[in-house]
Design a binder for this molecule. Structure first.
Ligand SMILES: Nc1ncnc2c1ncn2[C@@H]1O[C@H](COP(=O)(O)OP(=O)(O)OP(=O)(O)O)[C@@H](O)[C@H]1O
Ligand SMILES: [Mg+2]
Length: 263
């Protein structure tokens, strides 16, 4: 049984498999009865909803547009405030959160047209701080790169996963994510590297190259097939290689973490 508010962050370079892994973790976590799960799509490209097979109406980007005229200025309110700003934002976020089977979903989205992300990131940070407290587990699917960590949008997490492809350069980059989190003085309980899209024969190389590797996920043709026809990754069967590998990773990391078992 998880303690209240366990936060999992899935970060890494572009196209490495963050959304697939976040989705599979959400799928496996939602198989535990009674856990209240929050999925946060922290990628302006909004890809987690379709991977989960869920439609989102409004995003945090839309809220930003509705409230503020200027994307850099928190004082540029479009309408006079009836309630304190933080209460108004909390209410609006509560309204746009989508309830699905076994989890809730909140999407960051992006501003319409060109605009600075500062204020949007500020609202996302506020949403993460506020709403992770209302759920047992939160899984955050990051945008590619290190933006949310370097800007401290996500600053308190229990497990930080860095996803990489099976190359030495990729694994070295993934190692630097942990260092960045330390340098930025982010609070994180534990971290680990997941090497994804690994072909047969490369497993040993991936494990040996870094002691931070907590799991290896095979290259799986059925994932590409799901992508081609737009089928949600959430529907991958429990015995598919990716789901089996992610279950093993959760068992070795989150589910055996003492923070998870505190309640
Ligand atoms: N284990 C795998 N086997 C086969 N294909 C995979 C695997 N993991 C991911 N892919 C494919 O790689 C692509 C990227 O996956 P995904 O969208 O999950 O990555 P991402 O890190 O979230 O990307 P982005 O940085 O764009 O958000 C997709 O086309 C997906 O189908
Ligand atoms: Mg993604």
């Amino acid at each position: 049984m998880a303690k209240k508010r366990y936060t999992i962050t899935v970060s890494g370079k572009g196209g490495t498999g963050k959304t697939l892994i976040s989705t599979t973790m959400i799928k496996l976590l939602s198989q535990s009865q009674g856990l209240r799960i929050l999925a946060i799509d922290a990628d302006p490209a909004v890809s987690l909803p379709s991977a989960l097979g869920v439609k989102v109406g409004k995003t945090i980007g839309d809220i930003r547009e509705e409230i503020f005229k200027d994307s850099t200025n928190p004082a540029s309110m479009k309408v006079p405030l009836q309630v304190p700003l933080d209460m108004m934002i909390e209410n609006l976020i509560g309204e746009i959160m989508v309830g699905a089977h076994g989890f809730h979903l909140l999407a960051m989205g992006r501003p319409e047209g060109p605009g600075c992300y500062c204020l949007l990131n500020d609202i996302l940070r506020y949403a993460i701080d506020k709403f992770t407290k209302k759920f047992d587990v939160t899984v955050i699917d990051c945008e590619a790169g290190l933006e949310h960590l370097s800007r401290r949008t996500i600053r308190d997490m229990d497990f930080l996963f860095a996803v990489t492809d099976p190359t030495k350069r990729g694994i070295n980059t993934a190692e630097s994510i942990k260092k960045l989190a330390g340098d930025m003085e982010l609070k994180f309980g534990a971290s680990g590297i997941i090497v994804n899209k690994v072909t047969k024969g490369d497993e040993a190389f991936c494990r040996e190259i870094s002691s931070d590797v907590v799991g290896i996920i095979p290259l799986d043709e059925s994932v590409a097939q799901y992508d081609r026809i737009g089928k949600p990754f959430l529907l991958l069967p429990d015995d598919s290689p990716v789901v089996v590998a992610v279950r093993g990773i959760l068992e070795r990391t989150v589910w055996s973490d003492e923070r998870w078992n505190q309640h």
